[in-house]
Design a protein around this ligand. Structure first.
Ligand code: SAM
Length: 241
């Protein structure tokens, strides 16, 4: 069956709410977008999702510029099954990291894991801002599940506790096999702007679950490499069928 594109939408506004949803529930949300920007009023309909119970149709009961009250009517969709792909990436500069989180969310990544490597220059990240980008992307692309956004971890710790059953596709700018994703739990690891050190490369390659892969003959920026690899994985082992 041909998938129906979700964008550009003729559809109703969509909103993530941090509150469990059920038929008949009433909830109050910030009015900036629905009330002040879209100027919706009583009787207008919106879609809401809570990352737990799927997507629901809701009707505006009261609307103001500061607050909008919604009544949840009926469930439109169950929460989706998210492809089991983690994206591990060394944090890059603001702007690029925002873009990376937004696009990885659109592409359907399950978990975003920042990894601190020897040459990582950006060590402090605003996870709240990144979460806001993930939510906005999920609202726009019709996801019913948010990606997990994990606390940054050092590469050594990540490798030490790596799950037995999860493949680690290690994008190695120094060369590797062509990337041919296989089904099953997986993760993609992308290095920082300065690349991996030889010691890191050896430690990653020593992990039995790791496979060093090439993303072609050109050196890609870290954010480009991440999205190229995720797209490739989604197309052959994810949910693009
Ligand atoms: N400074 C490094 C160099 O000049 O070799 C380049 C690092 S690159 C900007 C950032 C990360 O993107 C790399 O660590 C790697 O994970 C990934 N990457 C970029 N191009 C790649 C390629 N052609 N094959 C595999 N991985 C690549």
């Amino acid at each position: 069956m041909v998938a129906t594109p979700a964008w550009p939408p003729k559809s109703l506004p969509r909103l993530y709410v941090d509150q469990a949803l059920s038929a008949g529930a009433s909830l109050t949300v910030d009015g900036t977008y629905l009330g002040a920007v879209l100027r919706l009023g009583p009787g207008d309909r919106v879609k809401v999702f809570d990352d737990v119970s799927g997507e629901w149709l809701a009707e505006i009961a009261e609307a103001g510029k500061k607050r909008v009250t919604l009544i949840v009517r009926e469930r439109l969709r169950e929460r989706e099954a998210v492809p089991d792909l983690w994206l591990l990436f060394a944090p890059v500069k603001r702007g690029r990291i925002d873009w990376l989180v937004e696009k990885a969310t659109e592409l359907g990544v399950h978990r975003l894991q920042p990894v601190i490597t020897a040459r990582t220059i950006v060590e402090r990240m605003n996870l709240e801002r990144l979460r806001a980008h993930a939510i906005e992307a999920a609202e726009q692309c019709e996801r019913t599940a948010l990606p997990e956004l994990a606390e940054p971890q050092k590469l050594g710790a990540v490798l030490k506790s790596w799950p037995q059953d999860r493949a680690l596709w290690f994008a190695d700018e120094a060369g590797g096999d062509p990337f041919r994703p296989e089904p099953g739990p997986a993760a993609i690891l992308i290095g920082p702007e300065g690349g991996f050190t030889d010691e890191e490369r050896a430690a990653i390659r020593a992990l039995p679950q790791a496979r060093a892969v090439s993303l072609g003959p050109r050196i890609l920026r870290a954010d480009t490499a991440a999205l190229a690899a995720v797209a490739l994985w989604m197309a052959s082992a994810g949910d693009w069928e």
